[in-house]
Design a binder for this molecule. Structure first.
Ligand SMILES: *Cc1c(COP(=O)(O)O)cnc(C)c1O
Length: 397
């Protein structure tokens, strides 16, 4: 019997039940390191007990290093959207005008959120896949000196684009507007030096680059926010950051924080420190480059004009059914990737390298993508995707 027809070979193509594991290459939630899982398996810390203040302070310091910033950092019990809501509720009044610059699903969330609170939105929307043009931001600010705030997205997870926050921050600097940035999927993948880039408020969440389950929303808050807070009349209670400022000064929070996740965060931050935060950024750059080059070698187009290092959005050819491709990858290789959002459902895959991903993981994701793609009938030289990834991964070391 030839090897090709042997049962072992057939088994290998499918996933034998006993070996079923799923690996996440999704831009949130992301894989959780074993060390972090172990830390979370322990007895929860009492949030009014004596160990809690040190746990909280450690988290704040670690997050300050990861951004980097020396701003206040608040931890909230919510996903990323909750922290976005806190950013709006604490800085504006109903009827205020705010500029939202966006080019994707998460950017558009700022518009919806502001409108839900009665804030008048001036929107500059760019086509999906493109980056916000800082010049357009400058013009919008010049046209309307009454704008109270500018809302932007650092890494747009729906398109894989990295927006130029430094350049946008430069234009906002010349005005009195606050600059608020969604950095949910950029933290740990890219530096976001808040002070240098004139960012007043940035938000993120635990289930992305921080390698934790969902449940902690994070807001880094600069000094100018407190002035805006003083005049803000939007209703808030759970999201009231002044309450957080007061209790966090004593190492407490105004409501119960997810203490289990905090135990995990302590270890996740420790892991980032051990690797070295600049090295973590470099790893994300190298991994994202490997995925991008592989996609090109497979004859496919990377969607983002200005790609983020958190994930790669790959546009699929007309002939390829993206949902079927993802299902093959999941079922046969145990590899889970993000799909296209909105109009791109079924037409795109988003392969994430955000968080706890190593070189072997990248080869696994690219290998599964290649295997799935072959099934769709798309033609390419066998093995070229993985070979290209391997080449990029070994080139720099
Ligand atoms: C994941 C994500 C969010 C927040 O999503 P939640 O589901 O509320 O955590 C916001 N913005 C971006 C860019 C994201 O990637």
């Amino acid at each position: 019997m030839s090897l090709k027809n042997s049962p072992a070979c057939v088994e290998f193509r499918g996933s034998p039940d006993g070996l079923k594991r799923q690996r996440l290459f999704t831009p949130g939630p992301t894989p959780i390191p074993e060390r972090v899982q172990t830390a979370m398996a322990g007895t929860p810390v009492y949030h009014r007990g004596p160990e809690f203040p040190a746990l909280l302070r450690n988290a704040v310091q670690g997050l300050q290093e990861v951004y980097p910033t020396s701003c206040d950092v608040f931890l909230l019990s919510c996903s990323g959207t909750g922290a976005m809501e806190a950013a709006v509720a604490n800085t504006l009044c109903a009827g205020d005008r705010a500029l939202v610059v966006q080019a994707g699903q998460f950017g558009a969330r700022w518009t919806d959120l502001c409108r839900a609170y009665g804030v008048e939105v001036v929107e500059r929307a760019f086509p999906w896949g493109e980056a916000v043009d800082p010049q357009v931001v400058a013009e919008a600010l010049r046209d309307d000196p009454g704008l109270r705030a500018v809302f932007a997205t650092h890494s747009e997870t729906s398109t894989g684009v990295l927006h130029d926050i430094a350049a946008i921050g430069e234009t906002v600097r010349e005005t009195d507007a606050l600059f608020v940035v969604d950095s949910v999927s950029s933290v740990a993948a890219h530096p976001l030096p808040l002070e240098a880039w004139n960012v007043d408020l940035a938000v993120t969440a635990s289930q992305k680059g921080l390698m934790l389950p969902p449940g902690i929303g994070i807001a880094a808050v600069g000094p100018r926010v407190w002035k805006a807070y003083g005049r803000s009349r939007l209703p808030k209670y759970y999201w009231d950051l002044e309450g957080y400022r007061r209790s966090m000064a004593e190492g407490r929070a105004p409501a119960t924080l997810p203490v289990t996740l905090l135990a995990g965060l302590r270890v996740a931050l420790q892991m980032l420190r051990e690797e070295g935060i600049p090295r973590v950024w470099e790893r994300h750059a190298r991994h994202a480059r490997a995925v991008r080059r592989s996609a090109a070698a497979l004859g496919l187009t990377c969607f983002a004009r200005r790609p983020s290092n958190a994930l790669t959005a790959i546009l699929l050819p007309e002939s390829v059914d993206g949902l079927a491709l993802m299902e093959t990858m999941r079922r046969e290789c145990g590899v889970v990737v993000g799909g296209g959002l909105g109009d791109y459902r079924g037409r795109m895959v988003r392969i994430s390298n955000l968080g706890h991903v190593d070189d072997a993981g990248i080869l696994e994701a690219v290998g599964a993508f290649e295997a799935g793609l072959r099934r769709t009938g798309w033609e390419f030289e066998a093995g070229v995707g993985v070979r290209t990834a391997q080449h990029v991964l070994t080139a720099d070391c």
